[in-house]
Design a protein around this ligand. Structure first.
Ligand code: PLP
Length: 379
């Protein structure tokens, strides 16, 4: 494809010198498991998000399931989330031994608080709210329902580093924020990585044990844990990348604003941003009644538009017999047929964006634009 959906290689190539310097720091200090690089990264994220504790782990999947485990959520418990997410959200619930209960999403593609309220049952213990595509879920309503019903709220903030709701960053909007730091994420390592953010010191302490074999000291095991430590090489690279994160997010938002202005008026549903929200546009997700034809048209022009996610989780072969649904998932089903992600990444050029919007316009028989509208704001 001439224009890929995401271009991690190019993003990293621009930082190659700094990445090599970060790696070199670890090679030289010689602490290759946990140690100062991991601690410095955790401190830098805590400072950035204004959160009490950050526990770095080796993936977003482990961030989620170790958090459930640390909160003693497991066999006999139900955890509510949506079917419109990456499979790991639901896998984490399953691996914790709990039952995933999938409820519908709203037009924002995130957990619908009304569906959540209807789905709470006597065995419901927790809710995982996914901030899909870098747009915060409706956390105020979700928190109110959780409080009424004594539920723990966990954020799956994997796609939303840097997003805020009412000025509060993702990762500080619930009891725990679970992040993937996979190479494709807004804050992405050069390999697998993840972290949990929380103001709950006890939870952080449990997570620190669980990620490191349950070891209190080298020879003393407090609980049976796992090996889910963040690699110091990745920690050092991530700490460096954190210094560039505002520029990365600004570029995602600028691309999104330009898509928004150039595609307005076409028979598409474009993503919206409510005044209280600051979205990071991990995906730029549009809805079209003619999604498959549009996707093929774009691919024919070398533009890699993709569907996230074509098969909702409840339709996955692995889901058979391990989850429950309450209240129907009609919005999710519809969105799975209509959703299309357009390329978005820090090094996508304005010329690429113009090529993409003109291809989308050509599909709808609209004249090409000579230049991108200069709108900076999305409403
Ligand atoms: C919403 C969501 N949850 C969980 C994950 C799992 O993260 P990881 O691949 O780091 O295990 C991802 C990313 O891949 C994700 O996008």
């Amino acid at each position: 494809m001439d224009i890929p959906i995401i271009n991690v290689k190019e993003n990293n190539a621009a930082l190659a010198e700094e990445i090599l310097a970060a790696v070199s720091r670890v090679i030289r200090h010689g602490q290759y498991i946990l140690g100062p690089s991991v601690e410095s990264f955790e401190a830098a994220v805590a400072d950035r998000l204004g959160v009490g504790h950050v526990v770095a782990v080796n993936s977003g999947t482990d961030a989620l399931w170790l958090t459930l485990k640390a909160l003693a959520i497991g066999p006999g418990d139900e955890v509510i989330t949506t079917p419109n997410t990456f499979v790991a959200t639901v896998a984490a619930i399953h691996h914790a031994g709990a039952i995933p209960c999938l409820v519908d999403v709203g037009d924002d593609e995130n957990l619908d608080p009304v569906a959540l309220a209807d789905a709470v049952g006597p065995r419901t213990r927790a809710v995982i709210a996914v901030h899909l595509r870098g747009r915060p879920a409706r956390m105020r309503e979700i928190a109110a329902i959780a409080e009424r019903n004594g539920l723990v709220v966990i954020e799956d903030a994997s796609q939303a580093f840097g997003a805020t709701l009412d000025g509060v960053p993702a990762g500080r909007l619930a009891r725990a924020g679970c992040f993937s730091l996979h190479p494709q994420k807004i804050l992405g390592a050069c390999g697998d990585a993840g972290m949990v953010t929380t103001d709950d010191g006890e939870l952080a302490a449990s997570l620190r044990l669980l990620r490191n074999h349950g070891l209190m000291t080298r020879d003393s095991v407090a609980t049976w844990g796992f090996n889910s430590r963040l690699d110091p090489l990745q920690a050092e690279i991530l700490r460096m990348k954190l210094r560039h994160i505002d520029a990365t997010i600004a570029r995602h938002r600028r691309v999104a604003a330009r898509y928004h202005a150039a595609l307005a008026g076409l028979p598409l549903r474009l993503p919206r941003e409510a005044p209280a929200e600051h979205c990071v546009y991990y995906h730029y997700s549009i809805m079209s009644d003619r999604r498959d034809a549009l996707r093929e048209f774009l691919r024919g022009r070398g533009i890699d538009a993709s569907v996230h996610y074509p098969t909702p989780i409840h339709r996955q072969p692995a889901a058979r017999g391990i989850l429950i649904g309450r209240g129907g998932v009609a919005n999710c089903e519809r969105q799975a047929c209509e959703q299309l992600s357009l390329p978005i990444y820090a090094h996508l050029t304005d010329i690429d964006v113009l090529t993409i919007v003109n291809a989308v316009r050509a599909f709808h028989r609209e004249p090409a634009l000579e230049a991108l509208p200069l709108t900076e704001r999305i409403q």
